[in-house]
Design a protein around this ligand. Structure first.
Ligand code: ASP
Length: 328
């Protein structure tokens, strides 16, 4: 018994030592990275928190609220393209530096699903709330019901209804290079990863998911480990693109584990993309998936299947958009 207690005490002390070691101040200062071109304005929102020494968790929430509220971005939040029944359903999750996480799936009528996900994390004993339960929870916590279907997205949807037969095959629904009616893209999530002055990591991911998906479909974005994962010992990763393929390989968790084994963020993302190809070469040909990762040293990197994926970086040294390298 005494030996067991001693063992436990040693393990706990060992754990504390690891935690202390990984929580030193960020050597290169705070940094935030996020997916796609719209990540730049989202990063600016996050930087208002990070630049003042604020917490990464607050930064990622504040950052992704910017595209969530922007009706011109038809793949996230307000103004997002609806599902095939004309309903805007949103997915989001958030994760902090202590393995706390919260998620909402298939949430309707709420402009800022990321803030509901944070409340799920902080105010409930659960991690995920879905559908009507998530909506009830949001309304009970002061969020207001709003119509998220803008005139533009409604028009695009009505156009799609005229010409498109619904097919649940993602490769057919989501051909990367086919412009959607009205010129909209049919997917593009914001995934954001930040490290604060204290050297702690957090991440957020929010989306309206694939346009014209089946009602009730949930992608990778609100699935902890798939669309987002944060491990404060190692680094964080996030994903965008056809979520079914990201879930299949539990993409973001995979990338964090690859970084734990010593791979750079870019090499880990490349290996994640390679895994998608190996698990389904035929599926991978016509779709897009992009991974973005940040490690504890403040190094970042990305990789994608097809050309066209971009990501934005903001730190004390830079504020710019990069093209992700692609396999195809
Ligand atoms: N990953 C999202 C989903 O599958 C869509 C996207 O990022 O483009 O719902």
């Amino acid at each position: 018994m005494a030996t067991r207690r001693k063992f436990l005490r040693q393990s706990l002390m060992g754990g504390a030592a690891v935690f202390a070691r990984v929580s030193g101040p960020a050597a290169g200062g705070p940094i935030v990275v996020s997916t796609w071109d719209f990540g730049k304005s989202a990063n600016a929102g996050a930087w208002e928190v990070l630049g003042k020494g604020g917490r990464a968790l607050d930064a990622v929430e504040q950052g992704v609220r910017i595209p969530e509220a922007d009706p011109s971005i038809q793949t996230i939040g307000y103004g997002g393209l609806p599902d095939r029944d004309g309903r805007v359903t949103l997915d989001a999750c958030i994760m902090d530096d202590r393995y706390n996480c919260g998620s909402v799936m298939c949430l309707e009528y709420i402009k800022h699903p990321i803030s509901v996900a944070r409340l799920v994390m902080e105010k409930t004993p659960h991690i995920i709330l879905a559908g009507d339960g998530a909506l009830q929870f949001a309304l009970a916590n002061g969020f207001h019901k709003e119509n998220l279907l803008t005139d533009k997205s409604k028009k695009d949807y009505e156009e799609w209804l005229k010409t498109s037969h619904y097919s649940p095959e993602v490769n057919i629904e989501n051909r990367l290079h086919d412009p959607m009616p009205g010129g909209a893209t049919n997917h593009d999530t914001i995934g954001m990863l930040a490290m604060d002055e204290q050297g702690n990591l957090s991440g957020a991911c929010t989306t309206s998911g694939l346009a014209y998906k089946m009602h009730g479909r949930v992608g990778d974005s609100p699935v902890i480990g798939a669309g987002l994962y944060v491990d404060n010992e190692v680094g964080a990763a996030t994903a965008t693109g056809v979520g079914e393929e990201v879930i299949r390989i539990v993409g973001s968790h995979l990338i964090v584990e690859l970084m734990r084994q010593g791979l750079s963020p870019e090499a880990a993302c490349r290996e994640g993309i390679g895994r998608i190809i190996r698990r389904g070469p035929d599926r991978a040909k016509d779709i897009q998936v992009g991974f973005l990762a940040l490690n504890k040293k403040g190094e970042y990197g990305a990789y994608c299947l097809q050309q066209g994926f971009t990501y934005a970086v903001r730190s004390e040294k830079e504020d710019r958009i990069y093209k992700g390298k692609s396999i195809y």
